[in-house]
Design a protein. Structure first.
Ligand code: PLP
Length: 376
């Protein structure tokens, strides 16, 4: 199996598995218990928290662990609305987001729109980037929150988060950035008040995410109970998952330049190996190069994936693939139904070998040409 679906999830790093092992096999104490073993677990969690904060690299805030980035994004959106409503600033009841955001943001925003929030979903330009003049025209004193992701999971296109944050702050709004696909791959943009990340996209374990919160911008609690995470997010933390996330974050921080250079090399090799006839979906200049989302006329992406079962690549996003619906991101770029269906996403990174990627691209290109002939 050649694994080329790095945006869906990443292989767990051996260093991460090793760091987690004692917390799965021997050390089972509740990290919130006052016993010695409880204190030891709590200390390990605090080391992990520092590592995640360092990998995020923003100043003036701290991280709370969550069950996923999906939870962090739900919490950030719904908790910020609740806090504003409770703080006697009901004038601010508008959220601005983009048509290309992850479902965790779009669906939470739609839910809020059903609960008296005025929702504006901005379109993107054909290259997937936000037009900042459009944002400037939309920002007014009713805007509570602007939610924009740093790196798109389907097409890899980056948004100018720091500029967006400055504009939003000038209008008195808060900023949430989904940095799930950015963490460990590039510097996290300065400026947002809330940042969501996920361990399994940086070679860590699944089912743990985090929300970085600028001091003073913490959302109202979303999950109520034992008052863990400074009363902001209740529930017993898993030392194994936190330690795994911390180890993955430390490793990603240490290896960022090396991983980035490797990805640049892989991108050049993959685009060369695929040969002519392919169009890259989204900007090539403003992009994370470990995400190669491409289309080709007469290709049926789903058939290509079914034909090449020993290569794990995707139709755009794991969620879009599962639903059978054409991707909302590709539609937002202006692609029609046929163009969306002829798109595939090849995702690679730290553990992808040049040889495997080139072999896979040669085979994908050969199958695509065969489909073209059949179609003609
Ligand atoms: N945001 C982006 C950009 C993602 O790619 C993902 C994962 O697919 C998520 C949010 C959700 O992350 P999690 O799997 O931790 O819920």
């Amino acid at each position: 199996m050649i694994y080329l679906d790095y945006q869906a999830t990443t292989p767990v790093a051996p260093e991460v598995a090793k760091a987690m092992q004692p917390w799965i096999e021997e050390k089972f104490a509740n990290p919130h218990s006052p016993s010695r073993s409880g204190n030891e677990a709590e200390a390990a969690i605090e080391v992990a928290r520092k590592r995640v904060e360092e990998a995020i690299g923003l100043k003036g805030g701290s991280v709370a662990f969550t069950g996923s980035a999906t939870e962090a994004l739900n919490w950030a959106l719904k908790g910020t609305v609740e806090k504003a409503a409770a703080s006697g600033k009901p004038g601010r009841n508008r959220i601005i987001t983009l048509a290309t955001e992850h479902a965790a943001v779009l669906d939470s925003c739609e839910w809020l729109a059903g609960h008296d929030i005025d929702l504006t979903i901005l379109p993107v330009q054909p290259d997937g980037r936000l037009d900042l003049d459009l944002l400037a025209r939309e920002l007014d004193k009713r805007v509570l929150l602007v939610a924009v992701m740093q790196v798109n999971n389907e097409i890899g296109v980056t948004q100018p988060i720091s500029e967006i944050a400055k504009m939003a702050h000038d209008a008195g709004a808060l900023v949430l950035s989904d940095a799930v696909q950015a963490l460990g791959r590039m510097e996290i943009c300065k400026g947002p008040d809330l940042v969501a990340v996920s361990a399994h996209k940086i070679h860590g374990p699944k089912a743990i995410g985090a929300l970085w919160m600028r001091k003073g911008a913490e959302p109202a609690p979303f999950i109520h109970g034992g008052g863990q995470e400074r009363g902001l997010r209740s529930g017993t933390l898993s030392p194994a998952l936190c330690v795994g996330f911390g180890a993955a974050a430390k490793l990603a921080d240490e290896r960022q330049t090396r991983d980035y250079d490797h990805v640049q090399k892989l991108w050049r090799a993959a685009t060369h190996a695929l040969g002519p006839g392919w169009t890259i979906n989204g900007s090539t200049a403003h992009r994370y190069h470990g995400n190669l989302n491409i289309r080709r006329e007469h290709v049926d992406g789903a058939r290509l994936i079914a034909d090449l079962r020993d290569i794990a690549f995707s139709l755009g996003s794991a969620c879009a693939s599962g639903s059978g619906r054409p991707s909302h991101v590709l539609r937002a770029l202006g692609l029609d139904y046929r163009q969306s269906r002829s798109s595939i996403r090849i995702g690679f990174g730290r553990y992808t070998s040049l040889k495997d990627l080139v072999d896979a691209c040669h085979r994908i290109a050969a199958h695509a040409k065969a489909q073209e002939k059949l179609d003609a």
